[in-house]
Design a protein. Structure first.
Length: 241
């Protein structure tokens, strides 16, 4: 496993349908070693810190192998590294094989897997098409968010070395499926809420889901927020079916 490309970008304002939108989804590959600080990479920033960035979304990785899928799906589009807003375009690191809580040494940094990425309207802006949000979710090619356990630096061609595999085994793809296609999987819900590396907003959401399935009352701020298109502590999300 290794890094193919390191991509960074600062927030900028663009016009979309007559409205001004601030976004940092436009990342560009950079050469040389890049410092990894407490909450992000040098030269990188997040436009809305209420739903992006922070300790649980400090570094976003996306597998280079997924680009082949998207080239088949969207043959007319140019898809350079960083197209999905990722900081690290990687090789050999997959959501189905990576547990929430797994730790890796990348360059001189140590990173921990925290959650999948949920798509938002800014991905649609980047691609110039609204259907990319649904297609991204259905593909289960979510990419991987990391927290920074130990600061350092990294660069393209650095290896990604597994340090510790988390238990219980709940993969990044498992979280995507609990959110989308396996909403009633109570066994997986129970396991997910015990994973301490999974951000509390996710675990709270899954507790609510489990309580509802068991016929228990659900009355929390996040529960009340469901059912509309908008942003919650999980991120900018689309309405569930």
């Amino acid at each position: 496993m290794k890094i193919i490309s390191v991509n960074v970008g600062m927030p900028k304002i663009i016009e979309v349908d007559g409205q001004m939108v601030t976004t940092s989804i436009f990342k560009e590959p950079v050469a040389g070693r890049v410092a990894v600080r407490r909450h992000n990479l040098d030269g990188d920033g997040q436009a809305d810190l209420t739903v992006h960035g922070g300790k649980d979304k400090a570094v976003y990785a996306y597998p280079a192998e997924h680009y082949e899928f998207w080239k088949r799906e969207l043959p007319k589009m140019q898809l350079p590294c960083g197209m999905f807003g990722e900081n690290l375009t990687t090789s050999g690191l997959f959501e189905k094989e990576t547990n929430i809580g797994d730790t890796f040494k990348i360059g001189t940094t140590i990173l921990q897997v925290t959650q999948p990425r949920l798509p938002c309207f800014k991905l649609a802006i980047k691609f110039g098409r609204t259907d990319i949000i649904k297609r991204f979710m259905q593909s289960e090619r979510s990419g991987i968010y990391f927290s920074i356990i130990e600061e350092g630096d990294l660069a393209a061609d650095d290896s990604i070395e597994p340090l510790e595999q988390a238990e219980p085994s709940v993969t990044v793809t498992d979280i995507v499926r609990l959110y989308s296609t396996e909403k009633t999987n109570q066994d997986l819900l129970r396991r997910a809420i015990t994973v301490t590396a999974l951000p509390e907003a996710w675990r709270d959401y899954f507790r609510q889901r489990l309580n509802k399935l068991q016929g228990k009352a659900v009355d929390t701020p996040l529960a009340k927020a469901r059912g509309f298109l908008g942003c919650t502590p999980l991120g900018c999300i689309t309405p569930e079916a």
